[in-house]
Design a protein around this ligand. Sequence first.
Ligand SMILES: Nc1ncnc2c1ncn2[C@@H]1O[C@H](COP(=O)(O)O)[C@@H](O)[C@H]1OP(=O)(O)O
Ligand SMILES: [Mg+2]
Ligand SMILES: [Mg+2]
Ligand SMILES: [Mg+2]
Length: 354
Amino acid sequence: MALQYTTEKQVAIAAVRRACALTSSVFNKLVKSETLTKGDKSPVTIADYSAQAVVNTILGRAFPVDPIVGEEDAADLRQEGAENLRNRIVDLCNEALTADLGLGDRAEWGLGPGQERTLDELLDAIDRGNDQGGPVGRRWTLDPIDGTKGFLRGGQYAICLALIVDGDVKLGVIGCPNLPVGDAESEDSQRGGIFTAVKGQGAEQISISGAKSTPVMIPSMEPGMLNLLESVEAAHADLAFNQQVSNSLGITRPPTRMDSQAKYACLARGDGVVYLRMPINALYQEKIWDHASGAVLVQEAGGVITDALGQPLNFGLGRTLGKNQGIVAAGKDVHGQVLAAVQRARSKASEATQ
Ligand SMILES: Nc1ncnc2c1ncn2[C@@H]1O[C@H](COP(=O)(O)O)[C@@H](O)[C@H]1OP(=O)(O)O
Ligand SMILES: [Mg+2]
Ligand SMILES: [Mg+2]
Ligand SMILES: [Mg+2]
């Protein structure tokens, strides 16, 4: 019988829910000096560090031997001069960890009043995200804020946690604090949702309070009705390439642009039908924490996810997807047509450069 991952799912949702509350509360008070620029020039904020510390602290308590592949590490925070950042992170983490128990929380996961952690414990929790990945065994992936640029501009971002066993994603949770509850394009003033999927058990959208859960499924759609979901950042994906694929498929609806794995959440509930991500730089290797939760969510919502060559994404190679080139995710009845259009556009592009 397939494993149910019931406790893993409960813990992951509890951790992501606390990280959602933490990051939302930081946004309103964030000041410029609380954002650093990493070696690859991407931004990281006290919210990214604190969310990773909170999620890893909870995972460390519930599953002490599970390795974690997390995006961030605490090296910059341990430097002299980072004292203000460290103090803010300790306050934010302890506020999140000691908040009253909510629906589905258990005190034995180290949550609730009186569960303060020290600075050293929190920095060590961030550094528990240093696993190098691989083909064998069980491990978590965490992107504490996916779409940090979206977070900084008050747009979409996501807290993404997944469980991978022997290279196969078994559980995915995506917290989207800023996503309209009903439909991405709506002016819905109610925002926030947690999307979750367990291999073989389907996908659901849970309200941020945890009170309501609704199954999600990608609807069937005629090719003319397709709608692309794509990045906001032109440096992250080749948007001109997407336009060519759109033209070749006869898509007339404008693309929906949003940051982060919130795109996978939208795809899963039918707010868009195709997620396309072609690299700008062929040398960029996608990170496993950027796609693991989204991949299982899309599959469990009745979709298919491959790279641009139609190959499955390989989550068992290490911290990256290795040689996988690009991402094509869509409902199962249109994925084949989209992949064919992607391949036509790729051939055209390579003919043009010869
Ligand atoms: N050069 C790049 N190419 C593709 N993705 C990138 C690149 N640089 C950063 N990213 C990551 O792309 C993701 C955002 O994708 P999107 O543009 O679809 O929202 C984030 O995970 C971001 O990291 P981060 O987690 O640091 O924000
Ligand atoms: Mg980042
Ligand atoms: Mg990311
Ligand atoms: Mg991130």
